[in-house]
Design a protein around this ligand. Structure first.
Ligand code: GLU
Length: 415
């Protein structure tokens, strides 16, 4: 259990140094390299959404790639809810995520509702562990308490912005002792290194571009906040600590998180931990190269589901975005996706989403289901809902004959 470690800290630590040693024990799980189809070591992957809304098509793809890598290698796929930012948490979003993932067939091996050895799987239930690790960073000089009032920070940022400079922090509180009054409102900041170390990404290769951590000439330092004034950890800290204690071997996530990765790699090194493998995947865009958003049409899994798209069609559709395979056909059900998945097939860059392909795939899967005699009810239900919506109640289904004719409709048009 992840909290065995945290418990160990509470019970046996006489000093933070001792504490650091016990909680820095490398994960039991092997972190040996897993590359593409030659993978033999089981991968432990995680999908780590924040419960801020419905599951986006791009998030379904992230979850799917994590799932496929775990299943391809005989490993585990975890679900972790990153809910430390209470202001952004939307009521019911978590349930919506569970529901959408299950509908898509991406059942997690460990996580909320199913439990597991490395829980709890909601970050907000792990804050004790996060705070202990902030203490370690403070003690070892990798982090410092910052008492600057928001007004001071705003004024600093404004002055710098007006003179065209970086708005980063000026390390005014750098030398505040780790034990200075902890009752005064403050945050804890990470002291970034002079240069972030390069890291290796399985898709993008060696990344050095995230090396900017400060601008000495004007005394501006990135020094991101690790612990907020309300005592809650930020994404950087919680993400790294939890990935470590959940023995995650591969972090598969969107490229929008790439700027965070150098900070994470630095945090791993402060703790003396081996980082997981990083696998960044490009963003989904509309045909004009804009980020796929509500503005440009349907983007949530629930919307495609309501329209009657089948989960296998949607999975197949998103799997083909930014991933290429050696097979002859693009029609790949979950079994084939698992068989063929390899991180070697992931491509760099963003992907333009062409929805015609989804309709093509839907047609294939509707035909398959009808031929196999499976899922008739679901297909008919979807077609009926669509017909009702388009033409009103008078066209609702009431006879066997009409239902049969809808099979034809499903097979040829709606699909
Ligand atoms: N909570 C982040 C998100 O909402 C997780 C990013 C990551 O996978 O590290 O996507």
């Amino acid at each position: 259990m992840a909290f065995i470690s945290s418990q160990t800290i509470t019970n046996s630590a006489r000093s933070l140094r001792l504490c650091r040693r016990c909680i820095s024990t490398p994960p039991k799980f092997s972190h040996s390299a897993i590359h593409g189809s030659s993978a033999i070591s089981p991968a432990r992957t995680r999908f780590a959404p924040s419960p801020t809304g419905y599951l986006h098509l791009g998030s379904l793809r992230t979850a799917l790639f994590n799932y496929l890598l775990a299943k391809r290698t005989g490993g585990q796929f975890l679900l972790r809810i990153e809910d430390t930012d209470k202001k952004r948490t939307v009521e019911g979003a978590e349930e919506g995520i569970f529901d959408a993932l299950r509908w898509a067939g991406l059942q997690w091996d460990e996580g909320p509702l199913v439990g597991g050895e490395f829980g709890p799987y909601r970050q907000s239930e792990r804050t004790e562990l996060h705070r202990k690790h902030v203490d370690i960073l403070l003690e070892e000089g990798h982090a410092y308490r910052c008492y600057c009032a928001p007004q001071r920070l705003e004024a600093l940022a404004l002055t710098r912005k007006n003179s065209g400079q970086s708005t980063d922090y000026d390390r005014y509180c750098l030398n505040s002792p780790p034990t200075t009054s902890t009752t005064e409102p403050h945050v804890v900041r990470l002291k970034v290194p002079v240069q972030y170390p390069p890291y290796h990404d399985l898709v993008y290769g060696t990344i050095t571009s995230g090396a900017r951590s400060h601008d000495h000439s004007i005394g501006a330092f990135e020094d991101p906040i690790l612990l907020k004034s309300d005592g809650m950890p930020t994404y950087h800290l919680a993400n790294v600590v939890d990935d470590h204690f959940m023995n995650i071997t591969h972090v598969v996530r969107a490229t929008e998180w790439m700027p965070s990765t150098p900070k994470h790699v630095h945090l791993y090194s402060c703790f003396g931990w081996t980082p997981p493998k990083f696998v960044h995947i490009g963003l989904l865009q509309d045909m004009r190269g804009r980020k796929l958003s509500k503005r440009t049409g349907d983007v949530f899994v629930s919307e495609f589901r309501e329209k009657g798209y089948l989960p296998e069609a949607l999975n197949n559709f998103v799997a083909l975005m930014g991933w290429s395979h050696a097979g002859e056909s693009d029609v790949l059900d979950m079994r084939k996706l698992v068989e063929q998945f390899s991180t070697d097939g992931l491509t760099t860059g963003n992907t333009k989403v062409e929805f015609g392909k989804l309709d093509f795939l839907q047609k294939q899967y509707v035909r398959n289901r009808v031929m196999e005699g499976s899922g008739d009810k679901e297909i008919l239900g979807a077609v009926e809902a669509r017909v009702r919506k388009e033409f009103g109640e008078k066209y609702s289904l009431y006879s066997q004959k009409r239902q049969l004719s809808l099979f034809v409709l499903a097979d040829s048009t709606v699909a």
